[in-house]
Design a protein. Structure first.
Length: 560
């Protein structure tokens, strides 16, 4: 519809100079007022039709562009949802946010302008030149030289400007990144009094953006005088030779005025090209960035022979000779590690920071795939499960508890589709947070601020645990998730977890947490150095004894 109305506008625009010529030849030259009134009224009527068509064109163009923006945002969101961790590592959050906001808006605007002006401009040029030839071929010859010359020149500008605009978008990314890190880390910045430092960082990113934008716009704008010069020269040519032809009686004044009119319209459309180039180059940069995400290979998908009916039923976990190296990293973070956790067993994993504990955890729900060996759940490789089935059976509580905006109930129920209130309360009670929640003025309906700002670290940890428990997982993985809890709360929580009949894998730095586990794995530098009960490790592992000593003192380590 937008296109149709644009064609009506175009038709009027191309017809008007023709009628103007006729009015001059028949009406003005012959001083025939009724003829002037007739052509004049026709032209006013047509102008009104074009005006109405323009309004409808705007209406449909904006409808198309907004619908396109909606679709593309939706598609982008769906694509990011299936991103693997490796895919996510490739794109900083700020780069994805810029794609959702700036890039979509840029494409959206161009689609609007495309349907409104851009597609019309080349048609005005082609139509105007054709009509001019139709009216007076000799005078119209000037277009044969100027139009191809200008188009070649504009294509060159478009090519050069494309690279400059991608640079501008990259700088927008940088500004967004600094701003995002700042907003997220505002408390830390204040606590460390790093305002000046952060301001400098922002000024740097912001000025880079300003400089690159200014340079790019200047470059594109500098094409404008060239365009105007060439177009004005052709106008002078038409007036000069038109005048000579009119004096010689080989052409009429009306024809000369018609050709001048077409030349003006063609030159106006061509001068609009510099604006079009600017929009197209920017949009090309945005569209390329969007395509980059849309066509990105998802490297972690259901394997072809995954059994859709296979679910995690027992919770047996086996890590078999597993090695793992992060994509792009130089060294493996896990080196040939093996262990088995029988269903219902409680395994604690203890070790220095950076020893690979979290990395090992991420292999179970297939957040990453191993680079060697195999991870098995219920004696079947994790790759033989459908991702959804596999993750359904696992309750993973990450190291940093992440809560979403919404109520406490929303956050706990988030762990299980269609969870009812009784389940939410039960999970909260087992995670030892129920009492705290009912003590809040709005209880379970208390709103959780962004990322849980209105809750303490320990409260957030327990809500995250409740969110995992509500799934009744067969394998529960706690990644240092009880670090902020006092000893008695932590012990009650771990006691309550026992009734869930799941295999628990608990990463911890605290011997008090690990002590009661059926087995403790001691990790160091990507390897399992020793495995056994607390007492066994005290006897046979020098490193474990040192850890115990550092937390409970020498006497305890040796007396035990
Ligand atoms: N996404 C990543 N890309 C590249 N290297 C990573 C990535 N995540 C972690 N690493 C590296 O892997 C190593 C192990 O990290 P991991 O988080 O598994 O250790 P951890 O034992 O859980 O430590 P902590 O107790 O501090 O959480 C570290 O050297 C870390 O720098």
């Amino acid at each position: 519809m937008a296109y149709l109305f644009m064609l009506i506008e175009l038709g009027v625009e191309l017809a008007l100079p023709l009628f103007l010529g006729l009015m001059i030849n028949d009406g003005v030259v012959n001083q025939d007022v009724s003829n002037i009134v007739m052509w004049g009224s026709l032209m006013i009527g047509l102008a009104f039709v074009a005006f109405v068509a323009g309004i409808f064109n705007s209406f449909y163009s904006s409808h198309v562009s907004f619908a396109f923006g909606y679709d593309i945002r939706q598609k982008l969101f769906e694509k990011i949802q299936v991103f693997s961790f490796k895919n996510l590592d490739q794109y900083p959050t700020s780069a994805l946010v810029t794609r959702f906001t700036n890039d979509v808006r840029q494409i959206q605007n161009t689609i609007f302008m495309g349907l409104r002006i851009m597609m019309k401009a080349p048609l005005v040029v082609a139509g105007g030149v054709t009509m001019a030839f139709f009216v007076n071929a000799r005078l119209a010859m000037v277009f044969v030289v100027t139009v191809p010359l200008l188009i070649l020149f504009l294509l060159l500008v478009l090519r050069l400007a494309g690279g400059m605009f991608s640079n501008v978008q990259k700088n927008v990314d940088r500004v967004n990144r600094v701003m995002q890190e700042n907003l997220a880390g505002m408390r830390l910045i204040k606590a460390f009094m790093r305002r000046d430092h952060e301001e400098d960082r922002f000024i740097q990113a912001n000025s880079n953006l300003a400089v690159s934008t200014r340079r790019t716009f200047r470059f594109v704008e500098s094409s404008m005088p060239v365009l105007l010069f060439v177009m004005n020269m052709s106008l002078i040519f038409i007036i000069w030779f038109g005048n000579m032809q009119a004096l010689a009686g080989t052409t009429s004044v009306g024809e000369v005025v018609t050709i001048i009119n077409y030349a003006l319209r063609v030159s106006m459309s061509i001068s609009m090209f510099s604006f079009i180039i600017m929009a197209l180059s920017r949009t090309k940069a945005s569209a390329d960035r969007m395509n980059e995400v849309m066509t990105l290979d998802i490297d972690l998908l259901d394997s072809e022979d995954a059994d859709p009916c296979q679910a995690v039923t027992q919770g047996k976990v086996e890590i078999r000779d597993v090695s793992f190296q992060y994509p792009g990293a130089e060294e493996p973070v896990l080196k040939n590690i093996s262990f088995t956790a029988e269903p219902g067993e409680k395994i604690a994993i203890i070790g220095a920071t950076g020893s690979g504990k979290t990395s090992m955890f991420q292999l179970l729900p297939r957040l990453y795939d191993t680079t060697g060996g195999d991870v098995l759940i219920d004696d079947k490789s994790v790759t033989s499960y459908k991702l959804e089935q596999l993750r359904e059976g696992i309750g993973y509580v990450p190291q940093t508890p992440l809560l979403f905006t919404g109520t406490i109930t929303d956050n706990i129920a988030w762990g299980k589709k269609h969870a009812v209130m009784e389940e939410v309360i039960q999970a909260a009670a087992d995670a030892q947070i129920h009492e705290t929640i009912v003590g809040l003025s709005n209880g379970y309906d208390t709103k959780v601020g962004q990322k849980g700002v209105n809750l303490s670290g320990g409260q957030k940890q327990r809500i995250s645990i409740a969110r995992a428990l509500i799934r009744h997982p067969k394998v529960l993985m706690l990644d240092d998730s009880t670090s902020a809890l006092d000893l008695s709360t932590e012990s009650r929580l771990l006691q309550a977890v026992k009734k869930y009949e799941c295999t628990s894998l608990i990463i911890t730095q605290k011997v008090s947490t690990a002590r009661d586990a059926d087995r403790i794995l001691l990790m160091d530098n990507g390897k399992i150095l020793a495995a056994g009960t607390h007492h066994e490790l005290l006897r046979c592992s020098e490193l474990y004894r040192k850890i115990v000593e550092s937390q409970f003192g020498k006497e305890y380590a040796y007396a035990d």
